[in-house]
Write a protein of this length. Structure first.
Length: 309
């Protein structure tokens, strides 16, 4: 299993090709830059010295038996591939990562929080939207890459944000708990239409043309009109939180946070995403070393302290 790879040496393991980028060396020799995945993690890999025909024979979604040499490259484990043999009988669902919680466990906790919401307009709106997306909410990833990019990542990320927000509300009791619970649960629902599927997602036409923030804002408007809730101030504030949850216009939000609850939503969204990426980096590097640079974290390296196991 990928999670068990801790040191350099020869290895052979079954895995899923989840990224397959074709490129050429400075001498013009084709090679593949790969992400190999199983249910425990992702392994960066390079397959050198290929022919044009060999390069075209591999693709995302293929399950292979990968053999090669594990090396340390830029402070992270990498596989220098020797061979990739297709395993056509294997099921792709056995090779994708899953959220740390089962779908039914996440659903039970989400429903508990909705039942705690005292503002019935917000509670009904949130439950109605979840009823529309049904099980997709508990199977889709939160992102195509970078953070919570696994089956169930959308719900798990949203649930983590609810938990963080409730802790913050204990310190700042002037915050509206109902708004934060509902906004955390709903904020990324648009990704169900932005992405093509829960496994190896690509951006849909809607995703590319509209983006998940706009998709959800339109869904909220439609459901509010169906429920005759469009004139409620709490609904207006919820829509503002959804529209501003990326924090800055240059990050994709049409407006910036202008209420305390919107600021908290944007902050916990960012915090949960960044800590996930930092933990991913820590998991693939040696103690006392820095991990590889992470583009989504301003190209920073993350240090793994010596006593961190």
């Amino acid at each position: 299993m990928i999670k068990d790879i801790k040191e350099e040496g020869k290895i052979s393991l079954p895995c899923l090709i989840s990224r397959c980028d074709k490129a050429k060396t400075v001498k013009g020799t084709p090679y593949l830059s790969l992400s190999l995945e199983d249910s425990t993690g992702i392994l960066d890999a390079k397959f050198w010295n290929l022919t044009d025909e060999q390069v075209e024979s591999y693709h995302v979604g293929m399950i292979v038996q990968a053999t090669g040499d594990v090396i340390l490259h830029k402070n992270a484990i990498q596989l220098k591939v020797r061979t990739l043999k297709e395993l056509p009988e294997e099921k792709i669902t056995d090779y994708v990562r899953q959220a740390p919680m089962k779908a039914d466990e996440m659903k039970k906790e989400i429903e508990f929080y909705i039942n705690e919401v005292k503002n019935q307009d917000l509670a009904i709106l949130t439950q109605t939207i979840l009823d529309e997306v049904q099980e997709d909410y508990y199977s889709y990833p939160a992102a195509k890459k970078n953070h919570h990019n696994y089956v169930g990542g959308l719900a798990y990320h949203s649930l983590s944000m609810v938990r963080l927000s409730l802790k913050i509300c204990e310190l700042y009791p002037f915050l509206d708990v109902d708004l934060l619970i509902c906004a955390c649960i709903l904020h990324d629902v648009g990704k169900i239409e932005e992405f093509s599927s829960p496994v190896l997602p690509e951006y849909t036409a809607q995703g590319n043309l509209l983006g998940h923030i706009s998709i959800l804002a339109m869904k909220v408007d439609r459901v509010c009109h169906e429920l005759n809730l469009q004139d409620q101030e709490s609904i207006l504030l919820l829509k503002h939180m959804i529209l501003s949850h990326h924090g800055k216009m240059e990050f994709g939000s049409p407006v910036v946070p202008m209420t305390p609850e919107a600021e908290v939503l944007s902050t916990v969204d960012n915090l949960d995403s960044r800590l996930y990426m930092m933990k991913e980096s820590i998991d693939i590097c040696q103690s006392g070393e820095f991990g590889p640079r992470i583009f989504a974290l301003e190209n920073r390296m993350v240090y793994r302290r010596k006593d961190q196991e």
